[in-house]
Design a protein around this ligand. Structure first.
Ligand code: ZN
Ligand code: ZN
Length: 263
């Protein structure tokens, strides 16, 4: 079996408000990536473009000039460092990055389910697991209709607990309609987007109990999607989630060389 192609396409530096950790730097990410033989390390801070109206108060300070402070990224011959972002999708056609700035980023992680941001990403009327499951698929469908540089777009943390913090996120994922989900994954496969395997989802014990953690990823694979690994780290120690957890996830999904997103 070939060695696992380790990489991390979603990690936050201290510039992200949810990190604010002075020790979480692009240099710390690169050093970690070199130590673990990664092919690619991406820096993806939260970002809402000033050119797109409607930023929440939380996003307002996290504009372009703010995230650009990480440039130039440190370099090393052994690891490709990519400057990216995690922007926001609030439905309809409203994405937190303006087309004129697509070229500023080598990777754009888009979460369809930051539903903890109530009144911004999630409307108040979405108040049950059933509605959250519907909204998740609807957001994916809306997103797939946008004209984006899809070869460098990632669908972030499909199965994050943030999808329904006041209830049962796993129930939300079980309630996702298979036919609609398959159709939208087929669209992402055709477009060339990547589906994120967010290691935070795969906490120790994830393989115990009903086999529902991987359900949506299996469907995505079945429809031809490509995948990428992500720590979504906010602090240096969390970077270890990729080397610690990726092997079991990749094996369970049966991913092989052609299944990876290539940046
Ligand atoms: Zn996120
Ligand atoms: Zn993130």
């Amino acid at each position: 079996m070939p060695a696992l192609p380790l990489h991390d396409l979603h990690a936050h530096s201290g510039l992200s408000s949810c990190s604010s950790d002075p020790g979480m730097t692009a240099r710390a990410m690169l050093d970690h990536a070199v130590a673990h033989g990664y092919s690619v390390q991406c820096v993806t801070d939260h970002f809402w473009d000033e050119l797109v109206p409607g930023a929440s108060d939380w996003y307002k300070p996290q504009g372009l000039a703010h995230v650009l402070r990480n440039l130039p990224l440190p370099q090393d011959d052994r690891v490709k460092m990519v400057f990216g972002c995690e922007t926001e999708f609030v439905g309809g056609k409203t994405l937190g990055i303006h087309p004129s700035h697509y070229e500023d980023f080598g990777f754009i992680a888009i979460p369809p389910n930051h539903f903890h941001m109530k009144g911004f990403v999630r409307p108040a009327s979405c108040n049950t697991e059933e509605k959250a499951a519907d909204l998740l698929v609807e957001r994916l469908e809306e997103l797939s209709l946008l004209d984006l540089p899809w070869h460098k777009v990632g669908i972030a943390h499909l199965t994050t607990g943030l999808v329904f913090t006041e209830g049962d996120p796993k129930l939300v994922f079980r309630l996702v309609d298979e036919r609609r989900f398959r159709a939208v994954m087929r669209a992402f496969a055709r477009l060339g987007a990547g589906i994120e395997l967010n290691m935070g989802t795969f906490a120790p014990g994830w393989q115990d109990g009903p086999d529902d953690t991987l359900r949506l990823y299996r469907l995505a694979k079945d429809e031809g999607c490509r995948f990428y690994l992500a720590s979504d780290a906010h602090h240096p120690a969390q970077l270890d989630m990729v080397p610690e957890r990726a092997g079991a996830v990749v094996e369970a999904l049966g991913l092989t060389e052609g299944d990876w997103l290539r940046l």
